[in-house]
Design a protein around this ligand. Structure first.
Ligand SMILES: [Mg+2]
Length: 237
C-alpha cells in the first residue's frame, strides 16, 4: 500500500489531463495552423487567421463536449466558419479541407518535457495513474501513442467513452473507479480551472492547476493549488 501524500493528504492515484497538460496541444495547433495557412494564401494578416482559428476551435470543440454536435461535425463547423468564401457545404469537401490542417497539426505533435518527469515520479511513488481528457477516445489515444507519453502505458479515459465530459463529476468518478482509487485519495492535474480543477473539487478529488504561462490572475485562482511545471509535483512519503 502506498504512503504517498499531497499537501498532507494521503494519495492513491493521480489523473492527468492530456491537452495542454501532458501534451502540447496549443503548441502543435499553433505550429500546425501556421504551416497549413502558408499553403492557403489567404488575404489578411497571418496572426489574425491564427487567432480566428483558435477562437473557432475553442467554440466548436466546446459544443462537442456538451454533446450538441458530433466530433466530425465540430470539425466541419470550424472549417466552414474559417473559410466562409469556400464552397464547403458538402461534408466530404469540408473533411478534405480539414484534413490539410490535420496533417500539419499531427506533424507538430509533441509532449511537454516535464510530462515524462511527472509520470515517472507518480509511477515511481506507486500511484495509480490515468489520463482523463475531454475528447474523442481514438484520437486522444493516438496522441499518447505517437509521443514520448507512449512509454508509460497509462490508460486513457476520453469523454467520448465516458458518461459525461469534465467538469461533470461522472467523468472523474468513472476514471477513479477504473484506476481503482477512491475519489478522495486522487489528485487531478490539469490546465483548465473550470474543467479540471473546479470539476475535480466538485467530484471530491483534489485539484492541481498547471499554469505554465500565468494564464490565470491571482484572484481567479484564490484557494487553488497552482504549479508552473509538472516537475513541481512531488509526492511526499
Ligand atoms: Mg487541457
Amino acid at each position: 500500500m502506498t504512503t504517498a501524500t499531497w499537501l498532507g493528504r494521503p494519495v492513491e492515484g493521480v489523473l492527468f489531463d492530456l491537452d495542454d497538460t501532458l501534451f502540447d496541444h496549443r503548441g502543435a495547433a499553433d505550429r500546425g495552423v501556421r504551416a497549413w495557412l502558408s499553403g492557403l494564401e489567404l488575404d489578411g494578416l497571418l496572426e489574425d487567421h491564427v487567432e480566428r482559428w483558435a477562437t473557432l476551435e475553442a467554440f466548436h470543440h466546446e459544443r462537442f463536449q456538451r454533446r450538441e454536435i458530433s466530433h466530425a461535425d465540430q470539425r466541419r463547423a470550424r472549417i466552414r466558419a474559417f473559410l466562409p468564401g469556400w464552397d464547403l457545404a458538402d461534408d466530404a469537401l469540408a473533411d478534405d479541407t480539414f484534413a490539410g490542417y490535420l496533417a500539419c497539426y499531427r506533424a507538430a505533435w509533441s509532449a511537454f518535457a516535464d510530462a515524462s518527469v511527472a509520470l515517472e515520479r507518480a509511477l515511481g511513488a506507486g500511484l495509480a495513474v490515468g489520463i482523463l481528457t475531454n475528447g474523442e477516445q481514438r484520437i486522444q489515444e493516438t496522441k499518447v501513442q505517437r509521443t514520448t507519453l507512449a512509454s508509460y502505458d497509462v490508460p486513457v479515459f476520453a469523454s467520448s467513452s465516458l458518461p459525461a465530459a469534465k467538469p461533470d463529476a461522472r467523468a472523474f468518478h468513472h476514471a477513479c473507479a477504473a484506476i481503482g482509487a477512491e475519489p478522495a485519495s486522487v489528485v487531478m492535474v490539469g490546465d483548465s480551472l473550470r474543467h479540471d480543477v473546479r470539476g475535480a473539487h466538485g467530484a471530491g478529488l483534489a485539484g492541481v492547476l498547471i499554469d505554465r504561462v500565468g494564464r490565470y490572475r491571482p484572484d481567479e485562482v484564490a484557494g487553488v493549488t497552482r504549479i508552473r511545471s509538472l516537475a513541481d509535483l512531488r509526492w511526499a512519503s
